[in-house]
Design a protein around this ligand. Structure first.
Ligand SMILES: [Zn+2]
Length: 351
């Protein structure tokens, strides 16, 4: 085997013999030497990495049936019904790969939980859906992601227990400088399945790999498996739109206050007459002068701020001035007490 030093300091072993290239099993020694670069081990890398070969993939949006799957560019997310085909077109620069003598490559698809707190967990199908397919190929029974290629390899990493499915790349089509390769996938549990995804969001991480499992490129996509992909996508995008508008409105309001401009008084509608109603606080016993004073100061600041914001200084003046008087009264009591204590101290010292 030769080695080639990459710009990014990673080392790829170039396999010279066709026989070695075609053998999917490798020796224990090479197994362990590639362990740190594997995609299914304990440490999962989720960062997109086009690598030297510009690995990428596309979903053919003209194929969207409007029923079985949808793609949201806002979230880079696929919404798909269970047991429906998702066609993905992978692409990479083939000239460089050819020059390196890497004759056979594979594409791995690894579903993982999107939230980092769950990423150490393996994802497998729920017992109900496993039971429904108990007569199918045992190798893929527990896998949530199935590949429609007949020689797909279903793997479970012995360290992380993570399930992934591998499509061996056959006769990929050169398209200008790039090779494209189409793979069909199906999701075999819903996002709502308890004892499986349990409504937790997932990514599928696709990696272009050598037959030894060394990663040459990586790209992920978010996935939700649901009965109404179109409805769920529109709903989530609408919530996101409202959230962004809410943040914009909040920022605008903060800027106005920072610029000492008083925002426009919000017009009151007829149905909004609770805003004109007078409420009375119940008697509120407070133990201790310190807490009483801080409560008065808090209320004073609150009413003053609210009066300025809503342009109601004249209406609120009696309440604000009453609180201000009470604060002065408590403070003067403090001063009187301190003065009295000082006087007593002086008298003691004199005696
Ligand atoms: Zn299920």
């Amino acid at each position: 085997m030769d080695t080639i030093q990459f710009e990014n300091e990673e080392i790829i072993e170039v396999v010279n013999s066709e026989a070695e290239t075609e053998s999917p099993s490798c020796s224990e020694e090479s197994e362990s030497c590639y362990q740190h670069l594997r995609q299914t081990g304990l440490q999962i890398c989720t960062e997109d990495y086009p690598g030297q070969f510009n690995f990428d993939f596309f979903l053919d949006s003209t194929e969207i049936s409007k029923k079985h799957w949808m793609y949201s560019a806002v979230f880079n997310k696929v919404y798909i019904d269970m047991n429906r085909v998702l066609p993905i077109q992978f692409q990479w620069k083939f000239d460089d790969i050819g020059l390196l003598g890497l004759k056979t490559l594979q594409i791995r698809a690894l579903p993982i939980f999107a939230n980092s707190e769950f990423q150490q967990l393996s994802i497998k199908r729920c017992p109900i859906h496993i039971m429904q397919d108990k007569l199918c190929d045992r190798k893929k029974l527990e896998h949530i992601l199935w590949c429609e290629q007949s020689d797909a390899i279903y793997e479970q990493n012995h360290m992380s227990q993570k399930h992934s499915v591998i499509a061996i790349v056959h006769n990929s089509v050169p398209c200008s400088d790039f090779k494209t390769y189409n793979v069909l996938y199906k999701f075999m549990c819903k996002s709502s399945c308890s004892m499986s995804l349990s409504r937790r969001p997932i990514y599928v991480i696709f990696t272009l790999e050598t037959l030894h499992g060394q990663v040459l490129g990586r790209k992920k996509i978010s996935v939700k498996v649901c009965s109404c992909p179109r409805r769920d996508m529109l709903k989530e995008e609408e919530i996101e739109k409202k959230r962004i508008n809410g943040v914009k409105a909040f920022n605008k309001r903060t800027t106005l206050i920072e610029d000492s401009e008083i925002p426009e008084k919000i017009p009151k509608t007829n149905s909004d007459n609770t805003e004109e109603k007078i409420y009375e606080l119940p008697t509120l016993p407070i133990r201790g002068k310190h807490l009483y004073l801080s409560t008065l100061e808090l209320l004073h600041g609150h009413f003053l701020g609210s009066a300025v914001r809503e342009d109601r200084l004249i209406d609120s003046h009696p309440l604000i001035s009453m609180l201000s008087d009470l604060i002065s009264q408590v403070k003067s009591e403090n001063n009187n007490h301190n003065n009295k204590a000082d006087l007593e101290n002086q008298l003691t010292q004199t005696n």
